[in-house]
Design a protein around this ligand. Structure first.
Ligand SMILES: Nc1ncnc2c1ncn2[C@@H]1O[C@H](COP(=O)(O)OP(=O)(O)OP(=O)(O)O)[C@@H](O)[C@H]1O
Ligand SMILES: [Mg+2]
Length: 253
């Protein structure tokens, strides 16, 4: 039987200033699935992720992690779920890349040798190994994102939530992150990816969710959802391909 990792029941976050927040959102996230969550700016993706991690209190509703109320499961959750935040700067801790990536596995109490091997592997997988002694604050935006991904790879968690993992990445960067995602999927990890950049990762997704104004408007098979895509959600069907450079503009029909 497929187990539920997160179970979200009628979750709401109402902001006094009238921002959409999250409204009566119910959702199950299953172990081992690759779930893609998309939606326009302000649709509630980041807010939902922060609530899943227990960083934002709901106004109403409940979140369970492995069948336990979130507040009781928070230690297990921190151990098992790695996260890449949309703001890569917020995640930098160490003075060197190596130290930064080592922070997570050290914190989890892994033996020194294991930490070393996992840091090495994570920095290699994200193409940062040559910069291991470099100060993270001086990295470029894309490199910082790679570093955040390396950080959660090194922790070896069972589930990963990635908020805009492709933002600022160049082509090799996208390929490296996708390679890591594919490998993690093969290893049976649960992956929740919040992104506008559907075209990059759609092929790896088991399920697609479209958020709009804090509500789930679509959830299910990506192909079927895109076939009936409502333009009101502000999501573009990425299956269109361009033949010519001059076609590559969003300003013509
Ligand atoms: N602390 C807060 N106070 C008031 N409104 C907030 C707060 N946090 C989030 N919001 C609002 O909640 C809505 C959802 O924001 P969220 O960051 O989740 O959007 P998003 O889907 O991640 O957008 P993007 O694609 O731009 O990353 C927005 O309207 C935002 O302004
Ligand atoms: Mg966001």
């Amino acid at each position: 039987m497929v187990k539920e990792l997160f179970s979200v029941h009628k979750l709401s976050k109402i902001f006094p200033n009238g921002n959409p927040g999250i409204r009566e959102l119910s959702l199950s996230i299953f172990e081992g699935e690759c779930l893609l969550i998309t939606g326009s700016n302000g649709s509630g993706k980041t807010l939902l992720m922060r609530m899943l991690l227990g960083l934002v209190e709901p106004t109403e509703g409940e979140i369970q992690f492995r069948g336990m109320p979130l507040y009781r499961a928070i230690d297990t959750l921190r151990r098992e779920v790695g996260m890449v935040f949309q703001d890569a700067d917020a995640q930098i801790i160490g003075e060197t890349l190596e130290e930064d990536v080592a922070f997570g596995p050290k914190n989890l109490g892994f033996p020194q040798e294991t930490v070393k091997t996992q840091v090495q592997a994570a920095l290699t997988a994200t193409g940062l190994i040559e910069k291991r002694q470099f100060p993270p604050r001086r990295l470029s935006g894309g490199e910082k994102r790679r570093l955040a991904v390396a950080g959660i790879l090194a922790m070896g968690g069972k589930a990963l939530i990635l908020d805009e993992p492709f933002a600022n990445l160049d082509w090799p960067g996208v390929v490296q992150v996708l390679d890591s995602i594919r490998r993690l999927k093969t290893e049976g990890k649960t992956l929740v990816i919040l992104t506008h950049e559907l075209e990059k990762v759609l092929a790896l997704a088991d399920r697609l969710i479209i958020l709009h104004k804090g509500m789930i408007r679509e959830a299910g098979d990506p192909q079927a959802i895109l076939d009936r895509l409502d333009p009101a959600y502000g999501v573009r069907d990425p299956r269109r391909t361009y033949a010519q450079v001059r076609d590559c503009t969003w300003l013509t029909a």
